[in-house]
Design a protein around this ligand. Structure first.
Ligand SMILES: Cc1cc2nc3c(=O)[nH]c(=O)nc-3n(C[C@H](O)[C@H](O)[C@H](O)COP(=O)(O)O)c2cc1C
Length: 236
């Protein structure tokens, strides 16, 4: 009887102990379960579902990463090669420069094209003779450079006409703001040097840094032309 009572008491004690364990188990597990839940919730919040977290990431990225990219793009030197060419000699040289530098190229196209008769320098009454005899002649240009302000360095090429740059090149340089730009004049000719043609053009602009110009040969190879370009000491 005593044994039976002891067994019953033992059973009751075990039942009570188990019950207590169960309670304390869930109590002790809650932070951990709660923690897991919170973690899960955090996971799901930070990753796919909560777009505000994504926004935070994409906001912080532009602040650090592309800022440098933008800055380096902004610091990159932009080059434009401008030329006038009545019979394509200067055009070939201009293309060598533009190709060698991967630069933009712009042709000064006359509103009224020059005919063979216009180019006849033996004729005192030809269009070119009349224009070159008049320092104020400003033949019209068809079209214009887009966003000239983006260029830091502007090469300007032309044929020598009567020792000077054709008047249409004067029309061009007077038509834009060159302040802060580096200008590199070059020419082709039948034999004359660049002479004062470039310094006369320079006087038509304000605030530009004109480098010493160079006469090049129409038959110069790209390598020869680029040797001169690279000798200028410019940071392309
Ligand atoms: C009206 C006119 C005047 C020229 N005057 C000169 C000159 O004074 N000195 C010279 O060496 N060549 C002179 N030339 C030759 C050109 O400068 C030369 O042919 C030049 O390379 C042509 O370039 P382009 O084909 O790009 O027009 C003259 C040509 C023309 C049409």
């Amino acid at each position: 009887m005593m044994k039976k009572m002891t067994a019953i008491l033992l059973c009751m004690f075990m039942i009570l102990s188990l019950a207590a364990c169960g309670n304390s188990g869930s109590g002790a597990g809650q932070p951990s379960t709660g923690g897991n839940f919170v973690e899960k919730q955090t996971d799901s919040n930070t990753m796919p579902e909560n777009s505000s977290t994504g926004n935070t990431e994409s906001v912080s990225a532009p602040e650090s990463q592309p800022e440098g990219t933008e800055a380096s793009e902004a610091q990159g030197t932009k080059v434009l090669v401008v030329y006038f060419s009545a019979t394509n000699t200067t055009k070939g040289v201009a293309e060598h420069i533009a190709n060698g530098l991967s630069a933009d190229i712009y042709e000064i196209v006359p509103e009224e094209p020059y005919t063979d008769a216009d180019l006849n320098y033996h004729d005192n009454n030809s269009r070119t003779t009349i224009e070159m005899n008049d320092p104020n002649a400003r033949p019209g240009i068809s079209g214009s450079v887009e966003n000239m302000e983006q260029y830091d360095i502007v090469f300007i090429g032309y044929p020598i006409w009567w020792g000077e740059a054709p008047r249409i090149v004067s029309t061009f340089v007077e038509g834009y703001d060159f302040s802060g730009k580096t200008v590199v004049p070059f020419c082709t000719s039948g034999g004359s040097g660049i002479g004062s043609s470039a310094t006369n053009l320079e006087q038509l602009t304000d605030g530009a840094n004109w480098l010493t110009g160079k006469r090049l040969n129409g038959g110069d190879s790209q390598d020869t032309v680029m040797e001169w370009v690279n000798s200028l000491g410019l940071d392309f």
